[in-house]
Design a protein around this ligand. Structure first.
Ligand SMILES: Nc1nc2c(ncn2[C@@H]2O[C@H](COP(=O)(O)OP(=O)(O)OP(=O)(O)O)[C@@H](O)[C@H]2O)c(=O)[nH]1
Ligand SMILES: [Mg+2]
Length: 564
């Protein structure tokens, strides 16, 4: 017989009388056949439900159980009640008001809702009396489940991760929004579908749950309704926060560093690159593998070599991780050594080296391609390039240089990642000139410049001559003012190149490079890169000369801070 009542009048009366007598809340978990699966005894104001397991992420079915319990003071459903409804994906939750005489009064009940325009999570209702508890329950639940599954299908739940992004506005709203915009790009680059971005106003970070427990619960409820599979935090969570949050939710939790590491992991193609990313990932993961159980296992696992009987899976994973870290570090050290030897063997190079550095997505690869007619992957994703690429670049008068493209930088680049990529980045020490490519069309470019310089400082590269290259000027309105210490170009339109090359040449051959040929800089533009640009109309988009007529080389230039 289909279950149409929330609870039978007899059972409601028994529960109610008993609850009044004991002065405790009582609850029953009832399955769809109307059988009681558990009886729960609480104190006067709340119940502690048995562990029936949390709902799985992205799941649309309901639990097949409803919770009917007593409220001694006739209070309506509480926030905790509703949280249980959602997190446990109960069919329904109901509270029977127990009257002073022990008889059951009104019943408040709620059930979940499928995603709706108003974003409501549940529907609350009330029955005046237990004798009227026939609400067509069976049909209601069947209808709800089919609605939930329809909405899941409409959302084309596929293999892609679906995330809600969460940030805090501790450093002000605007900073939070800008940071969130970047996190969204990172998520996009990682192939994650972004369902929603939430910025929570909060003055301080919650030590345990980052956004606070109540907010976290709300967030979990919202993510269940939107069928999210993960939450990405716009911050680096402390290992303890990551653990507390994971305990509280059944969703995947990622922070900004992990997201960046994920992108690197997916992008790494060379053997070195893969090793470096794996090392960085393991190092970041290690402190997060310390589960609660491990302290116990450390106490119990005192056998020889630590292989005690109490060793938990976590402990084993940690040990494996540590072994792997050691092995990786050893391998990477030997790679670094052999690179150093190779460098030494090469000794004094014949050719000067120009290295392109800059924030991710600034257009470094596009510039290398345009200058050298090659086709290094360039795309509108963050960290498109991971492995360094070198090409020869011919300057006029048979001068040649090596030009290299490197991995992009980002604000707060994870320290483990910088360290892991140290071997790659050490190649930058070889550079005679760093071309710092800047996406001048990005409103955040000043901040990005500062982030790049910070990392260059950490890599001890601030003494290497550096030229700032303001790229993507084609996207700027004509006459936009840019800081007066660089060259304005458009790598896509190949404009501004003669000025760029001339400035680079002046730095390389006039600043006492070992093979310097200090000559009059009467440049010709007869070489390959410039041939291309000659056909580009000299359409200055900035205050700088981005036009490409050879005459412009003699035009007054913006003072070069690096020349002095
Ligand atoms: N409008 C415009 N777009 C550009 C210019 N230069 C590069 N882009 C675009 O910017 C995006 C990123 O270019 P990439 O060359 O991949 O940038 P990158 O600095 O190598 O990026 P990572 O390797 O990810 O660090 C691509 O979509 C390019 O087409 C430019 O001068 N103007
Ligand atoms: Mg690139």
């Amino acid at each position: 017989m289909p279950q149409n009542e929330i609870i039978s009048p007899e059972l409601a009366r028994h529960l109610s009388e008993l609850a009044r007598e004991l002065n405790r809340q009582l609850g029953v978990l009832i399955n769809r056949k109307g059988e009681i699966e558990s009886l729960v005894v609480g104190d006067s104001s709340r119940l502690m439900l048995p562990d029936i397991g949390r709902a799985r992420a992205g799941q649309f079915r309901l639990r097949g159980l409803r919770l009917v319990h007593t409220h001694l003071k006739g209070e309506p459903l509480t926030h905790d009640d509703l949280t249980d409804l959602a997190l446990l994906r109960l069919d329904l939750i109901a509270a029977i008001a127990v009257r002073p005489d022990g008889l059951p009064g009104a019943i408040d009940y709620a059930h979940l809702l499928a995603e709706n325009p108003k974003g409501e999570l549940w529907k609350l209702d009330r029955l005046a009396h237990v004798n009227a508890a026939d609400i067509g329950l069976g049909q209601l639940i069947a209808g709800l489940e089919s609605e939930l599954s329809r909405s899941a299908k409409a959302q084309k739940i596929g293999d892609r991760e679906r995330a809600i992004l969460v940030g805090l506005s501790t450093r002000g709203r605007q900073a939070a929004e800008e940071s969130m915009a970047e996190l969204r790009e990172l998520a996009h680059s990682a192939g994650v579908e972004v369902l929603d971005c939430l910025i929570q106003a909060r003055r301080e970070v919650d030590q345990r749950y980052f956004i606070g427990r109540g907010k976290l619960q709300d967030l979990v409820l919202r993510s269940m309704q939107k069928m999210a599979t993960m939450i990405i935090f716009d911050a680096d969570l402390l290992p303890s926060q990551a653990r507390h949050i994971a305990d509280e939710t059944s969703l995947k939790i990622l922070d900004r560093t992990q997201l960046i590491l994920d992108i690197f992991a997916a992008r790494a193609t060379s053997a070195d690159g893969k090793l470096q990313v794996e090392l960085a990932q393991l190092k970041y993961l290690m402190p997060r593998l310390v589960g609660r159980d491990t302290s116990l296992s450390r106490l119990m696992g005192g056998g020889v070599g630590g292989r005690g009987p109490g060793e938990t899976k976590l402990e084993i994973d940690r040990r494996r991780a540590r072994e792997r870290i050691n092995a990786l570090e050893k391998k990477l050290r030997s790679i670094a050594d052999s690179r150093a030897i190779r460098r030494q063997k090469r000794g004094r190079r014949d050719l000067p080296v120009i290295s392109i550095v800059g924030y991710t997505n600034a257009g470094k690869s596009t510039l290398l391609n345009a200058l050298t007619h090659s086709d290094v992957l360039a795309e509108s994703k963050l960290f498109a390039t991971l492995d360094p690429v070198s090409r020869r670049l011919r300057f006029p008068r048979e001068r040649e240089v090596i030009i290299t493209d490197t991995v992009g930088f980002i604000r707060d680049l994870p320290a483990d990642l910088v360290n892991a990529f140290r071997a790659t980045l050490e190649e930058l020490q070889q550079a005679d000139l760093l071309l710092h490519v800047i996406d001048a069309s990005d409103p955040r470019f000043e901040e990005q410049c500062a982030a790049v310089e910070k990392i260059l400082g950490e890599l001890d590269l601030l003494s290497t001559p550096r030229l700032r290259v303001f790229n993507k000027c084609d996207l700027l309105p004509k006459g936009t003012a840019l800081p007066p210490d660089g060259v304005a170009i458009s790598a896509v339109e190949r404009s501004g190149f003669p000025t760029l090359l001339e400035r680079a040449e002046r730095i390389l051959w006039r600043e006492g490079h070992s093979d310097a040929l200090v000559t009059n800089a009467s440049l010709s533009t007869d070489d390959a890169p410039d041939d291309e640009t000659d056909s580009v109309p000299g359409d200055a988009t900035c205050d700088f000369d981005v036009s490409d007529t050879p005459d412009d080389l003699n035009a007054p230039r913006v003072p070069d801070a690096l020349d002095g």
